[in-house]
Design a binder for this molecule. Structure first.
Ligand code: HEM
Length: 153
């Protein structure tokens, strides 16, 4: 063994140990945040979602039970926010940056009947765009916790 290889064998173990540790930490971290995007895939990713949201907003505006709430809406802005919100909820690669649901609907006097009408319109929009019942039910289930902050009467 020459001087060089002696020095190297001396270093080898700790280097291997450090590398393995770093690898373990990296993979452990990767495993800690599994990204389940099956709902996002089921909605047809960004393109499918965009069609669903367009249909959804059209349904809202045509729904006599709730259309009056949206008379002053900025459709482009609202559509953008819904795309991001649903994408994030579905496990897709987006971040919703709008208001939280309580602030967004404050003072609107929304009841359970209106909330259910909106959920129904979303289901109709998904059905019209060929989303499976299973995926449709899963995304609607993700909206359920929003009932509390949105419904104020
Ligand atoms: C799960 C149900 C609902 C979801 C996910 C939802 C989502 C949203 C989002 C993301 C915004 C935009 C927030 C922002 O401006 O930063 C918004 C605004 C709004 N929402 Fe909802 N909402 C829901 C239920 C309702 C209901 C039941 C009504 C009334 C019937 C309603 C009426 C409105 C109106 C009028 C706006 C303001 C639109 C504008 O002027 O741009 N929402 N909602």
């Amino acid at each position: 063994m020459n001087t060089h290889s002696f020095a190297f064998s001396f270093l080898k173990k700790p280097v291997v140990t450090i590398c393995l540790s770093l690898f373990c930490i990296a993979t452990a971290n990767a495993q800690a945040v599994p990204q389940d995007d099956h709902i996002y895939q089921g909605l047809g990713q960004k393109e499918g979602l965009s069609k669903i949201v367009d249909s959804f907003v059209s349904e809202l505006l045509a729904d006599q039970r709730i259309a009056h709430y949206f008379s002053k809406m900025d459709r482009h802005h609202f559509t953008q926010l819904l795309n991001d919100q649903f994408c994030e909820l579905a496990g897709g690669p987006c971040k919703y940056k709008g208001k939280d649901m309580s602030d967004a609907h404050e003072g609107m006097g929304i009841g359970n009947a209106q909330f259910n009408a909106v959920a129904e319109d979303l289901q109709i929009a998904m059905e019209k765009n060929g989303v499976s019942t299973s995926i449709s039910n899963q995304i609607v289930a993700k909206l359920a916790p929003m009932q509390r902050p949105i419904v104020t009467q």
